[in-house]
Write a protein that binds this ligand. Structure first.
Ligand SMILES: N[C@@H](CCC[C@H](N)C(=O)O)C(=O)O
Length: 295
């Protein structure tokens, strides 16, 4: 997959539990995927994606690669759990090893593929201070913040727990079916709510048992997705600190099951699968792409 320094770079179309991922190999290239290219790639049905994971040469000693994360609206994201699993699988297949250390905007992360194909990514430590998420208003306790949607006296969704997993998340707790909420309608309003100066990923969570959460997410910069790994991590840490869940749970998202654990060292791990679909090459400046003949 290694890039050759010419203007087109190889890419893999992959998914992490249905989270649509393009892994672009920018190694050896000085180029970056432009916002216009991302929007153009996403505009075509075959390459509609949630995130591009751009693999760059390492910038920091002790890390294998620098990973840049680009949402389908062209914006940059600090973290992407499902995309990191795709990167681990892609590089593992190429390099014949199982463990990698990456640098992202969220910090240094580790990823490892087990013999059964399940991939675990250490997503770092969560942050809960209002200015770290960030929020536009000071809250001493971010386990429950004042935010609601729907009629003032009968809100449809209200009082989310908020957290940063490197990127901003709001977890709205519900006691009934997460599918009964019009997340496609409320998601964009909440993502862009003035409380979130950098916008936010918006999730609806139903805790079925201390070790089982059902979750749907409206992703910042990407919209409704089949899976959002960092949202699953945020739901688990928010669940544990509000005593709704244990520190380890299966988080069921539309695309399937993720296992999230909040370790004693404060790091959060995310475990799940990744799937290769097909490969091609693309121009990171314009988004023009070609599918390779060979699978
Ligand atoms: N799909 C992701 C999250 C991607 C980034 C997010 N949309 C943001 O802008 O913060 C995941 O699996 O974590």
């Amino acid at each position: 997959m290694r890039g050759s320094g010419v203007s087109r770079v190889p890419f893999l179309k992959m998914n992490g539990l249905g989270n649509q991922i393009v892994v672009a190999d920018m190694r050896g290239s000085k180029a970056r995927v432009t916002p216009d290219a991302a929007i153009a790639i996403n505009a075509q049905p075959q390459t509609k994606f949630d995130q591009i994971m751009a693999i760059h040469d390492a910038r920091t000693p002790g890390t294998d690669y620098y990973i840049e994360i680009i949402n389908s609206d062209g914006s940059r994201a600090q973290a992407c759990g499902n995309g990191m699993r795709c990167v681990v699988q892609a590089l593992g297949a190429e390099e014949g090893r199982r463990r990698f250390t990456f640098e992202t905007l969220a910090g240094i992360l580790f990823g490892e593929e087990a013999a059964d194909g399940q991939i675990t990514v250490d997503m770092g430590t969560p942050k809960f201070a209002w200015y770290d998420i960030p929020l536009n208003e000071e809250f001493a306790d971010t386990r429950q913040v004042e935010l609601q949607i729907g009629p003032i006296d009968a809100p449809v969704l209200h009082s989310p727990s908020v957290a940063s997993m490197g990127n901003p998340h709001a977890t709205f707790w519900v006691k009934d079916d997460v599918w009964s909420y019009a997340l496609d309608r409320f998601g964009p309003l909440l993502e862009n709510h003035p409380l979130f100066p950098e916008r936010a990923n918006i999730s609806i969570a139903n805790v079925l048992a201390p070790d089982r959460i059902i979750l749907r997410t409206w992703e910042r910069g990407a919209g409704l997705t089949e899976a959002c790994g960092t949202a699953a991590c945020a739901a688990l840490v928010n669940g544990a600190r509000t005593r709704r869940t244990a520190r380890k749970a299966t988080v069921t998202v539309p695309g399937g099951d993720l296992v999230v654990e909040w370790l004693d060292n404060d790091h959060v791990t995310l475990t799940g699968p990744a799937e290769f679909e097909w490969r091609g090459d693309l121009d990171p400046a314009t988004g023009a792409w070609t599918r390779s003949e060979a699978a």
